[in-house]
Design a protein around this ligand. Structure first.
Ligand SMILES: Cc1cc2nc3c(=O)[nH]c(=O)nc-3n(C[C@H](O)[C@H](O)[C@H](O)COP(=O)(O)OP(=O)(O)OC[C@H]3O[C@@H](n4cnc5c(N)ncnc54)[C@H](O)[C@@H]3O)c2cc1C
Length: 251
C-alpha cells in the first residue's frame, strides 16, 4: 500500500490515505520512509514553517551518484608497506580533460578472511566526482583509478598486482531509484525525528533518523529498534526493564 497522505481526524485519530483513495484510521503512526517522502505525506498535518516541517522538508537531504569498486590483489601489498589501505581524496589533480579531478574519493581494505579469496581494496567515488566520471569509458576510469592509487602510495603495485577489478555505478540502477550517498541539506531540525511527536502519537524511523550508521542498513535497523522502544514506552512502559529501554532509546 502506497501512503499518499496522513492527516488528523476530528476525534484525534489519524487518517491515512493510500494511492487508491482508501482511508484508514490509526491511533498512532510510525513513519519509516526517507524524510524527502515524508514531506509530501505530511504536507497538511505538519506545516512547512514549523521545526518539524523543516526536518522533513524536501531539501533536508540531497542524493548524489556513487560509483563503488572492488580491486582484488594477489597479496595485501598495502600491509607490507604498513598502509591500512585507506585513502581519502578531496578532488585531486586533473588527469583527463573531461573531469576536474581524479576518480577516487575513499578506499579501504575490504579483505574478507572468511571466504579465503584475494586481498581486496574497495572504495567509492562520490558526488560531483562520480557525476563527472560516470560517462567516461570504464577502461579509462579503471586506468586512472589505479594510477591514482599508485601515485598515492608511491609504488606500482596498485596497477601491477591487480587480479580483478569490479565496478558498479549505482546511479544508473533503475530499480534502486536512488543513490547510496546523501549530503547534508537543511538538517538543523533532524534530531526532532528521533523523538516521539504529537503527544507520543507520531514516531519516525528509517536510516536517515539514526544516530549511528546513518544511510546504511545498520542505521535503518537501529532506528527501527529505537522507534519500537519509543512506542512500547508510550503504550506499555512496564514491558521493558529500564536498562533495556535506555539501550534501545540510545539509537
Ligand atoms: C543502490 C543502493 C546501494 C546500497 N548499498 C548499501 C550497502 O552496500 N550497504 C549498506 O549498509 N547500505 C546500502 N545502501 C543503503 C541501504 O539500502 C539503506 O540505508 C537502507 O535500506 C535504509 O533502510 P530504511 O528502512 O531506512 O529505508 P528503506 O529500505 O528505503 O525502506 C523504506 C520503505 O518505505 C517504503 N515506502 C516509501 N514510500 C512509501 C509510501 N508512500 N507508502 C508506503 N511505503 C513507502 C519503501 O517501499 C521501502 O520499503 C544502499 C542503497 C542503495 C539505494
Amino acid at each position: 500500500m502506497k501512503v499518499t497522505s496522513i492527516n488528523q481526524r476530528k476525534d484525534g485519530n489519524f487518517n491515512i490515505q493510500d494511492a487508491c483513495g482508501k482511508n484508514y484510521a490509526a491511533k498512532r503512526i510510525l513513519c519509516a520512509v526517507e524524510p524527502n517522502l515524508m514531506a509530501s505525506i505530511f504536507k497538511k498535518l505538519i506545516p512547512k514553517k514549523t521545526d518539524l516541517g523543516k526536518a522533513i522538508a524536501s531539501d533536508a537531504f540531497q542524493a548524489h551518484p556513487g560509483i563503488k569498486f572492488i580491486i582484488g590483489y594477489d597479496k595485501a601489498y598495502w600491509k607490507e608497506d604498513l598502509f591500512t589501505g585507506m585513502c581519502v581524496v578531496l578532488g585531486g589533480k586533473k588527469v583527463i580533460t573531461e573531469c576536474q579531478g581524479v576518480p577516487l574519493t575513499v578506499s579501504f581494505d575490504a579483505t574478507c578472511n572468511v571466504d579465503n579469496t584475494f586481498p581486496k581494496l574497495s572504495g567509492i567515488i562520490c558526488g560531483k566526482v562520480a557525476q563527472e566520471w560516470i560517462d567516461i569509458p570504464t577502461h579509462v576510469l579503471q586506468e586512472q583509478l589505479l594510477q591514482t592509487l599508485a601515485d598515492l602510495v608511491g609504488k606500482s603495485w596498485p596497477k601491477d598486482g591487480v587480479q580483478y577489478f569490479k565496478m558498479k555505478a549505482w546511479a544508473g540502477e533503475k530499480a534502486a531509484m536512488a543513490s547510496t550517498l546523501f549530503s547534508i541539506g537543511n538538517m538543523r531540525h533532524l534530531h526532532l525525528l528521533r523523538k516521539p511527536q504529537m503527544d507520543e502519537k507520531l514516531f519516525f524511523a528509517g536510516t536517515a533518523t539514526a544516530n549511528k550508521f546513518v544511510f546504511n542498513m545498520a542505521g535503518g535497523a537501529g532506528a527501527g529498534q529505537r522507534a519500537a522502544a519509543q512506542i512500547i514506552k508510550a503504550i506499555k512502559p512496564e514491558t521493558f526493564s529500564v536498562n533495556n529501554m535506555e539501550h534501545f532509546l540510545s539509537y
